[in-house]
Design a binder for this molecule. Sequence first.
Ligand code: NDP
Ligand SMILES: O=C1O[C@H](COP(=O)(O)O)[C@@H](O)[C@H](O)[C@H]1O
Length: 518
Amino acid sequence: MGTSEWHIERRSSFGTESPLSRDGGNAPESGSLAIVVLGASGDLAKKKTFPALFHLYRQGFLPPDEVHIFGYARTKISDDELRNRLHGYLVPDKGASPEKLDDVAKFLQLIKYVSGSYDSEDGFRLLDKEISEHESLKNSTEGSSRRLFYLALPPSVYPSVCKMIKTCCMNKSDLGGWTRVVVEKPFGKDLDSAEELSTEIGKLFEEPQIYRIDHYLGKELVQNLLVLRFANRFFLPLWNRDNIDNVQIVFREDFGTDGRGGYFDQYGIIRDIIQNHLLQVLCLVAMEKPISLKPEHIRDEKVKVLESVLPIRDDEVVLGQYEGYRDDPTVPDESNTPTFATAILRIHNERWEGVPFILKAGKALNSRKAEIRVQFKDVPGDIFKCKKQGRNEFVIRLQPSEAIYMKLTVKQPGLEMSTVQSELDLSYGQRYQGVIIPEAYERLILDTIKGDQQHFVRRDELKASWQIFTPLLHRIDGGELKPIPYKPGSRGPAEADQLLEKAGYVQTHGYIWIPPTL
Ligand SMILES: NC(=O)C1=CN([C@@H]2O[C@H](COP(=O)(O)OP(=O)(O)OC[C@H]3O[C@@H](n4cnc5c(N)ncnc54)[C@H](OP(=O)(O)O)[C@@H]3O)[C@@H](O)[C@H]2O)C=CC1
Ligand SMILES: O=C1O[C@H](COP(=O)(O)O)[C@@H](O)[C@H](O)[C@H]1O
């Protein structure tokens, strides 16, 4: 089965053949695989990349007779020191069984560490030597070597690191094989810098070799969006401006920048969350049906949506900054960086004309959640006076407690004929008991090994997304727009709720969805 088809991943076998996803049309799906985590000493590597690799290993996707993992960074540490640093992040479940602990030890033995700089050949030549040694030990005769470079690094070093990989570390085999690079967000700071970065990397690698990761595309319910929309008759006729009043895509965190203030202050909430994660979700909610599930067909439709977005109006933006944000010593006292933003995007096409897409993200708020909330218009000719109960809503809770629920009006059970708002609820914890939902990074790294780019951002998508936000970001950077202070632990600035109301969102009072407990 090809990776371009919708399928359930086979847990027992490693890799599937996909003519479409091969880099050079000749990529082997077995043989030695070197996974190199650059920036192995950093936060992302220890919290996400290595744990994701560990989970893949435990499920049999990284067979030890084929795979070796390399950490690379400037910090001078030994193999064992890196392993010790990672150890605590590899046993997330409390009271792990002795077998699981044994898995951790075996996995850690697959990791080797190489220290070197990001802009000189010495370190990368050493890395290449280590990879080649591993390949000569593990390469199977019929297959060929595969090299995956994961850049868990600040984007400022991407160009030099890519150049070093290209100069020193490419896959050597003439039997095919491949070299792929995974780059983390943020890809640039605005349209020009993103294009510059893309051009520099594009001179070194072909687009099928570049995997721009956006981990929201690896979340279970984000991956479910196309199925929900295009495999259900329910939604087909309703999913348009005639029935939908407004759409909210919301990200909330109940903690602040927590030790990442220095990084965050250079970017702000729009570059950190909205321009990438929330906009990717918007694409999947708003795009037309692709002609097939081939990655390029899906990505073509996403680009069309992005290119249909109208310029953002200043009066449809509310920015906020939580009180205490500037207390972080790495944040300048005069920082104008928003830690909260609500922005309305308007899609100028036949399906969505007039429907506000409200993107909202904030740090240090009163709760942690990410969701898509599709609010329908009022029922015409309402004989039940439903309006007082609230509108129909279709909500996709991305996290925590993954769920899909539909708010609808029903008869209040009992003798009286009165109406009440209730819900049809598909809560994953209850419906899929015992099913472990894979971590986004786990799924996406597996896709890079398989050569499936469906859930990665293509260069033209990236460009179109920066085109939407760059004018607004430049006005914020220039101090023309100022964030409104808000209390940590609150809903954010009250002005954001007023904007929502102005955009047509009608809040349901007296009803709250509570995730069912088992
Ligand atoms: N952390 C997170 O939760 C997330 C991070 N990301 C992205 O992933 C990438 C890595 O993030 P994260 O791990 O947090 O970053 P870190 O700041 O932890 O940096 C990773 C490693 O890069 C090296 N490094 C740091 N600063 C520099 C510099 N100025 N020049 C050269 N090397 C440097 C350090 O290794 P050494 O000094 O040993 O070489 C460090 O251990 C970034 O692009 C980030 O935006 C994306 C989503 C979430
Ligand atoms: O990319 C980022 O995402 C995290 C939130 O990810 P989640 O999967 O926990 O929702 C955010 O905290 C961080 O600021 C941002 O860089």
